[in-house]
Design a protein around this ligand. Sequence first.
Ligand code: 13P
Length: 340
Amino acid sequence: MDKQLLSKTAAAMVAKGKGILAADESSGTCEKRFKSVGVECTEENRRAYRGLLFGTPGIEQHLSGVILFDETARQKANDGTPFPRYLAKKGVLPGIKVDKGVTDIPFTAGEKVTDGLDGLQKRLKEYFDMGCRFAKWRAVITIGEGIPTHTCLYANAHALARYAAACQEASIVPMIEPEVLLDGNHSAERSEEVHEATLRATYAAMAAYNVSPEHLILKTSMVVSGRDNPRQAGVGEVAERTVRVLKRTVPAAQPGIVFLSGGQSDEAATAHLNAMAAMKGLPWPLTFSYSRALQNSALKAWSGQAANVAAAQQAFHHRAQMNGLAAQGKWQAGLEKQAA
Ligand code: 13P
């Protein structure tokens, strides 16, 4: 365990004005996204699309890192350089998704726990040798009638802690992602309660497995109203509830917190981040680690056509730039219109 390297990596991940692109969609998720713009989800199309994103001119000014899927980490850019090295050469940290997706928890109403601990230590060693310096694991928490259960929170927290400990031992920074889904008709208040319970369970497990908070990044969902709730919390309320939960649960010793976008609109994800980052006196830097809210417009602009690469890169660059400003509390809605 190289503590110096872990500290350096974690600090670089949350460097001022930069955030992380989540490009670690599994091939199944990628298929859904590609289908929405009429693109066939072949290995070569996945490579071409990721290459387009990573090759966007100047993107390194707004991205500190990229989370890769195993397949992508083994693919090459157009110039023949493996993607992890290609990103590192640009000064962007390559990261890797190491979980293997979710499975049902017995004796629950279909709640999920994340798989991927078997053989993890061996895989981490290989990923480190490939140049990956941080690793993500996503746990999924669903809000509904009587759920999440204690069983679900407990199972996911322990899996997260075992993976995080394995990462730190391998000198790879764990990016722990307990995602509370926004699906459902719950209120923002209920979402706040569930976020608090989830994060409490998560950090209790981190302590039980001797995971050091100094070498850990939290990737969290924001406290928003359920998608189907007619009363949607406004930007100020989302920011206030989210930061309150984080202050109650996340150690101040942690180097930073990043957010997922979770199905929010591109602009809502930016506005929410901006409102939180503008708050004074927070113990950690806050930034983005979005997939959809960074990629939606780029994917649409590309639509699988080589002739659209420049337009897609422009759209991607714009969202990364807007979110980079939001991470400093310097974004305004007017900036979107200027660029449109
Ligand atoms: P979204 O920003 O699309 O929620 O994706 C982030 C992510 O990494 C999900 O695991």
